[in-house]
Design a protein around this ligand. Sequence first.
Ligand code: UT7
Length: 308
Amino acid sequence: MTNADLEKIVDTSDEWIASRTGIRERRVANGMVTSDMAVIAATSALEMADTDRDEIEMLILATVTPDYRLPSAACVVQEKMELNNAGAFDVVAACTGFINALSIASSFIENGNIKKALVIGVEKLSTFTNYKDRNTCVLFGDGAGAVVVSAEEGDRGIINSFIKSDGRYRKLLWSEVGGAANPYSESFDFNGNDKIMMNGSDIFKIAVKEMSNATLKVIEDAGLTVDDIAIVVPHQANIRIIEALAKRIKISMDKVFLNIAKYGNTSAASVPLALDEANREGRIKDGDYVVMVAFGGGLIWGATLVKW
Ligand code: UT7
């Protein structure tokens, strides 16, 4: 769905969307549900990592748009992929979900509980987007990304992670209807509050500050400096947020990966999509220090430092 397509639906313009957000297109997964996208990404990840499905002992899927309220999307994916040796569960942490899921997988591996985990970030936000609200509908898209995390000798891997949230900001990015507090009822006039609702400008300021702090924390906790980092792979929410983050932590934009123009904000899928494209484009070399950083509804934010 291009900006021109959106111009036909709401009072907006390509110029406004591109200049305020950096987004030119976003993907809409028609005819597919969340688990279908997850299976495509996860199958590809298993192939790239030369991993057999029976080796996967844990499947962690980050999403706020599961196929069903019950069971988890992870269990649906487990069935579809026949990952019969895994323990599967979802992580609900909005756009930071992939960072949370990765750090859980890493902890289980470091503790010696498991040897291989499959971590998926996936969203079908189009089911959840209010296409009457120009403040939000221009931002969001659908997508999926996945990685295999494996036990390995040596100093490569996930070095550390940081996760923080502040529930006092929960009404900056939320959806009011459909949970236990306000279950769906046929007589209720939803008026869009069953979709994503957002206060963008307040989130913007908090996102810049907290993504910067989280990035610096994982770098400093590892005894490194920003100069040691080869690439930052940030959550793709708004190019101006990413540029402000780069300025604040004093890293050149050449070392910050961007693909927001093609996908918009895909929430939990955003970081793994960007990581995969950075890798395929040869932007990450063996031994490089990579920081992934995200923030999202909760509000929640976090970062992970990896030695590739
Ligand atoms: O994963 C986390 C998800 N959330 C986010 O990342 C949100 C972070 N925030 C943002 O990215 C930005 O705040 C937005 C892109 C959402 C908005 O940009 P902004 O520079 O903060 O604009 P604004 O909200 O201050 O609105 C400026 C004007 C308003 O008009 P008035 O009141 O000045 O007349 C809006 O009504 O722009 C208007 N506007 C639009 N105009 C054309 C808002 N959306 C649109 C639109 N097209 N799509």
